[in-house]
Write a protein that binds this ligand. Structure first.
Ligand SMILES: [Fe+2]
Length: 278
């Protein structure tokens, strides 16, 4: 397989180009990989994913036995909230990423992981993007939050982007939600991983902190290549929407003043924090 690179990061995957009608020709093996991932994960998320995630899954009606075609997903998602999934190469720039969000387009690389990387793939593949992220994009409040996040970051000084990306990490990727006293997962990084789905909700080892106004999340370093040691818990999606419509730059300022939390993981040349934007 050829490689694609930007900066120091080298990808072994190449996104598949959709045809004029938006359809991608996946191989039998790739479709089977999707089927394995889907059938496994749909069982694991029971009792672990938040209710709105299941509602979103119903709205999307993702194909269970073959990689869903973006044209089909977009019909359902477009009807629900006006969002659509936008095919991109494996690696896109920060600015392109935020521009797409601001335009209610969710960037997704169209490749699917190899069988050797069934349990963990460093780069976000189509299973992560469609199964992990898209169900909540069918939720109107969450959908508005995601657009507002993209708009906010684009107009914020670039020097603050690393902190603002942490907010994305601890919400969109690895967020937990308190549903009537029960902790449930809503982050796409969690809900596309069988191990992290169970661990994030049930395991006693990681710390679960309230997100509150987000300042502590902005102070928290993370690693992309291991289970999270700290999760941030929201009460509802309105909290996220209100957060990105508040003065986040003031919160960044407070985070700088209070300083970084000491990492709970070992520092040994860990991969870049922001794999989605590398
Ligand atoms: Fe993601």
């Amino acid at each position: 397989m050829e490689s694609e690179s930007r900066g120091e990061f080298v990808s072994k995957y190449i996104s598949k180009q959709p045809d004029a009608n938006g359809y991608v020709d996946y191989t039998d093996e790739e479709n089977e990989t999707w089927q394995i991932l889907y059938s496994r994960q749909i069982k694991v998320i029971e009792q672990h994913a938040c209710q709105d995630f299941f509602t979103g899954l119903d709205i999307l009606g993702l194909n269970e036995s073959a990689v869903p075609q973006l044209a089909d997903v977009n019909k359902a998602l477009g009807n629900a909230t006006g969002w659509n999934v936008h095919p991109v190469s494996a690696l896109i720039s920060h600015v392109d990423f935020f521009k797409l969000l601001a335009n209610r387009k969710f960037p997704a690389a169209t490749f699917i992981r190899t069988r050797e990387e069934l349990d963990y793939v460093t780069e976000p593949d189509i299973f992560h993007e469609l199964f992990g992220h898209c169900p909540l994009l069918a939720n109107p409040v969450y959908a508005d939050f995601m657009q507002a996040y993209g708009e906010y970051v684009l107009q914020a000084p670039e020097a603050e982007w690393p902190l603002l990306q942490r907010l994305y990490w601890f919400t969109v990727e690895f967020g937990l939600i308190n549903e009537g006293g029960e902790i449930r997962a809503y982050g796409g990084g969690i809900l596309s991983s069988p191990e992290e789905t169970v661990y994030s909700v049930n395991n006693d080892e990681p710390e679960r902190r309230p997100l509150d106004n987000g300042v502590n999340a902005l102070r928290t370093p993370y690693r992309i290549d291991q289970l999270q040691m700290i999760y941030y818990v929201i009460n509802n999606f309105e909290q996220l929407y209100n957060l990105v419509n508040s003065d986040l730059l003031e919160i960044c300022k407070e985070a700088h003043k209070l300083g970084e939390f000491k990492p709970k993981f070992k520092i040994d040349g860990s991969p870049c924090e922001h794999i989605h934007f590398c």
